[in-house]
Design a protein around this ligand. Structure first.
Ligand code: MRU
Length: 366
């Protein structure tokens, strides 16, 4: 996507040819700064501290992290150490383990002197495939938006609610939930996006609103509690969210609060779609509620909030009564029965075991 007219991906090989450049998402929307990752330790730190975040992007970063490790030391111990360091950074999004696994399996049987070059090829292929996959998701989702448009009065926008950031910044380019939105906007279809702020880290307010704004897509930021009310009053035509892990039976794990949106959508007959690349599928798990590890993050993300003060400095302030306990589960699971459809690179499919198995039989490992 373009920022101030310049096309960017969210991650790329640095000019030196030896390191990786990312956009530091912990500074958004107040600053747009790049950061160079020169070692696997720095790649792991960037994922853990959420300088990069979003399931596909942490997978891509991990793949580059494997390349950085192989440049420093291509031996077996380094390979295994890098793989476990990267996988241990965040537990919920399966793309991370998926990317590390692809890289490790491509390298383990190679002579050490060939590993760095191969690791780079794998990382770049993962990035290019992510872009192509998201474009395919965008085209399939575009058809859904066109169908919604046909039900609107002339000139009225299609109102889409999204949660967290499953946008360009969560992937290498285009986003998953946002790809259909960008394609509709670019095709001249009037769209308007309700952006959930997404406490505690505010990825909606900080990231989704920023990138939609940069692309000129009309949008309105709402507090996380507003979605149900808007749906009850006919102000939402569809919900599109992303996924960090989708199970064999179609249960969807995504940012905390997604489940509540799905419940409200069901009650209000609003279609609830999940946009996901097949790298997010985990056929080894059947029950999302019991099988998916949910990341528990630092409680200070809940008890404090950071923002731009009127004097132009970024400040973090406390917002919870002193002494109160806080909990910070970062993801929740939306059962398949609440999902209208999965927007994948192979089309829009039912969130069910037979539909997933039919569409992605080649991805099931026996
Ligand atoms: O904690 P984050 O910011 O990494 O969470 C991101 C999300 O929950 C996204 O919706 C998900 O990763 C899908 S990204 C295309």
């Amino acid at each position: 996507m373009k920022v101030n007219g310049i096309p960017y991906r969210t991650i790329w090989r640095s000019k030196s040819g030896k390191s990786v450049t990312i956009l530091d998402q912990t500074l958004f929307p107040h600053a747009f700064e790049t950061r160079e990752l020169t070692s696997v330790t720095e790649a792991a730190e960037a994922i853990r501290t959420m300088r990069v975040r979003g399931a596909p992007l942490i997978g891509a970063t991990a793949a580059y992290g494997m390349w950085l490790a192989m440049q420093a030391d291509p031996g077996d111990a380094s390979l295994d150490g890098a793989a476990s360091m990267l996988v241990d950074t965040r537990p919920t999004a399966v793309n991370l383990a998926w990317a590390v696994d692809i890289s490790r399996r491509s390298l383990i049987h190679l002579a050490p002197e060939l590993r760095a070059e191969k690791a780079l090829q794998v990382a770049e292929r993962i990035c290019d495939e992510d872009v192509a996959t998201n474009m395919a998701i965008g085209l399939h989702g575009l058809d859904l938006i066109k169908t919604a448009l046909a039900r609107k009065s002339f000139g009225e926008p299609v109102n889409i609610l999204t949660h967290c950031n499953a946008g360009w910044l969560a992937t290498v380019d285009w986003g998953t939930a946002t790809a259909p939105i960008y394609m509709a906007h670019d095709a001249g279809i009037p769209v308007h996006v309700w952006v959930d702020e997404t406490r505690p880290r505010n990825q909606g307010a900080f990231l989704t609103a920023w990138e939609l704004g940069k692309h000129g897509v009309p949008h309105t930021v709402i507090c996380d509690n507003a979605g149900g009310h808007l749906m009850q009053h006919g102000a939402v035509d569809m919900v599109i969210v992303g996924s960090d892990r989708t199970t064999a039976n179609g249960d969807v794990c995504n940012k905390i609060g997604t489940y509540l949106k799905a419940l409200a959508a069901k009650d209000c007959n609003v279609p609830f779609y999940v946009a996901l690349p097949s790298s997010t599928l985990d056929f080894s798990i059947s029950n999302g509620l019991t099988g998916i590890p949910i990341e528990e993050r630092d409680g200070r993300e809940v008890s404090t909030i950071a923002g731009l003060a009127l004097d132009g400095t970024i400040r973090r302030v406390s917002i919870v009564a002193e002494g109160s306990e806080v909990a910070n589960p970062a993801f929740d699971v939306t059962p398949a029965r609440l999902v209208t459809g999965l927007i994948t690179e192979r089309g829009v499919i039912e969130a069910s075991r037979p539909a997933l198995a039919a569409a992605f039989s080649d991805k099931i490992r026996h």
